[in-house]
Design a protein around this ligand. Structure first.
Ligand SMILES: NC(=O)c1ccc[n+]([C@@H]2O[C@H](COP(=O)([O-])OP(=O)(O)OC[C@H]3O[C@@H](n4cnc5c(N)ncnc54)[C@H](O)[C@@H]3O)[C@@H](O)[C@H]2O)c1
Length: 483
């Protein structure tokens, strides 16, 4: 068991605005051994699910492949856990020293799990095996995909819960692998059995359930706690979405539930339900491209004293996610998560904004021709000195799933890691909010501040790992070098 004693400074501001600073002592412990970790993907046969599985298999088998630009191997670029680093300090010649997140704790045996340790399974409403799914996704180079054919064909998704009221009508033709949706209690039991079987068949210590299935419409349940949710379940309440059923099944099985789609699955009742079961949750909506940049750029503009007046974001994409989002209720879920990302930065500076908020519009169009290669165009229009105007325009083109998969990996590895931490002998609160950096609309625990700004989120993560390495939080002041 790794144990660290440290002191953190807490700034308190009372109702009169009086500020005080308090030293708080903590003891942090980490379960030493990385578990044998299984991951069950809901939506395993989608672009993200099939790309994650193929990428992990190719990585484990150390495969290489040729294309017109040369010979390639799997590198999890875009992953904080695999390529992000924690700054340690500068030596006498001012050379920077750092350590990759994945390497921290390895020598002492309390590190994060590695990509090659993960055992993948899951559900999809579409019966395609993972080779067919990846082939249809058109994300992976054929020269790599064909090497994985035999392995991928062995992965066939478990039948899943299909409720056409929650995803777009245009998805109906995919739904050939479904569990009959008769009684919610029995459906929940069915999912719990799937999880138990997967765990025992693979001899796993721990299983994480991750929703990477199609975006659902927002549910309209106004349940506030676990009891409300259980009552709604007993009454077959039509607002219990498939994703809520998976979140409940995860909690009932003692598993972490993570939601990578925008719908409001991780609502207060689901959080409370997970809390009563002693498990953890995280969400919502992977923060991959346009929104990730927004969580940097708006912070950068505002930190520089520039006032954004409008932010307008267009996307077009041609994959199945884009098709699902082309119907209004599913688009609305995405629109909400994409729009909230600037709120904390605006609220942080009430003098600059003086009660205003930037106009913020988000448009998504389905354009089949571009496939998984999403195009995002953003315009940031700001007020500068002497009523001058500043317009910043950005065009972002990227394979959506190749951005998402390294982040999905991070969410899994960090979620497992944070669930192994105890602070003053207590586990973290139910929502694993250090994961906020990976989500567009981070869910937090009651009483916690909401932070969307990317580098504040990164700094939280980096300082947490610095503490684990016996280092103080990074102040960036470097006073010792300045006199
Ligand atoms: N790729 C990205 O960059 C990115 C970023 C943020 C969020 N997301 C979200 O991640 C999710 C997945 O994206 P994708 O590109 O893989 O989409 P996709 O459409 O390719 O895959 C979704 C899969 O979910 C399956 N599915 C639908 N309902 C299901 C259910 N009830 N149970 C099991 N399977 C079900 C579908 O059959 C499909 O195979 C979407 O909600 C998307 O909005 C993606």
């Amino acid at each position: 068991m790794k144990t660290m004693n440290f002191t953190d400074l807490s700034v308190n501001i009372d109702k009169n605005g009086d500020i005080s600073v308090q030293d708080i002592n903590y003891t942090m412990t980490i379960e030493p051994k990385a578990p044998k970790l299984g991951v069950m993907l809901v939506g395993m046969g989608g672009n993200n699910g099939s790309t994650l599985l193929a990428g992990l298999l190719a990585h484990s088998k150390k495969l290489t492949w040729d294309n017109k630009s040369g010979n390639h191997s799997v590198k999890f670029y875009g992953s904080v856990s695999q390529f992000g680093s924690v700054h340690i300090g500068y030596d006498d010649e001012n050379n920077a020293h750092s350590k990759l997140f994945k390497d921290i704790g390895v020598e002492d045996g309390w590190n994060m799990c590695s990509p090659e340790d993960l055992v993948i399974g899951g559900w999809d409403i579409c019966s395609d095996n993972m080779y067919l799914a990846a082939k249809k996704a058109q994300v992976i180079d054929n020269n790599l995909l064909e090497q994985l054919k035999d392995d991928l064909e062995k992965y066939v998704p478990l039948p899943s819960i299909y409720n056409p009221d929650f995803i777009a009508k245009n998805q109906t033709t995919r739904a050939d692998n479904t569990v009959k949706y008769l009684n919610l209690q029995l459906t929940l039991k069915h999912l719990v059995k799937d999880i138990t079987d997967f765990k025992s068949q693979n001899n796993l210590d721990k299983v994480i359930i991750l929703w990477t299935a199609s975006t659902e419409r927002f549910h309209k349940g106004n349940w506030s706690n676990a009891q409300d949710l259980m009552d709604a379940l007993s009454n077959n309440n039509p607002e219990i979405s498939p994703s809520i059923l998976f979140a409940m099944a995860a909690a009932k099985s003692g598993c972490i539930f993570l939601n990578g789609s925008p719908q409001n699955t991780v609502c207060p009742a689901v959080i409370n339900y997970a809390k009563t079961m002693g498990t953890f949750v995280g969400g919502e909506d992977f923060k991959t491209g346009q929104t990730k940049i927004k969580s940097v750029l708006v912070d950068w503009l505002v930190s520089g004293g520039i006032k954004p007046l409008s932010i307008v974001s267009y996307n077009h994409l041609g994959n199945n996610d884009g098709k699902n989002l082309s119907e209004a209720p599913q688009f609305e879920s995405k629109e909400i998560t994409k729009k909230n990302v600037i709120d904390d930065v605006v609220d942080e500076n009430p003098i600059l904004f003086d009660g205003d908020k930037p106009d913020h519009a988000v448009v998504i169009k389905y354009v089949p021709a571009v496939g998984d290669s999403k195009r995002a165009l953003d315009e940031y229009y700001s007020e500068i000195f002497l009523n001058g105007k500043h317009t910043l325009v950005m065009h972002n083109t990227c394979e959506d799933s190749l951005l998402a998969v390294p982040i999905i990996l991070d969410i899994i590895l960090f979620a497992d890691f944070f669930s192994r931490v105890k602070l003053n002998s207590k586990p973290f609160n139910t929502v694993l909010s250090y994961l906020s950096i990976f989500f567009k609309a981070p869910v937090i625990n009651n009483g916690e501040p909401l932070i969307n700004a990317f580098f504040r989120q990164y700094s939280g993560l980096e300082n947490f790992f610095r503490i684990l390495m016996g280092l103080p939080p990074l102040s960036q002041m470097f006073l010792i070098k300045r006199i």
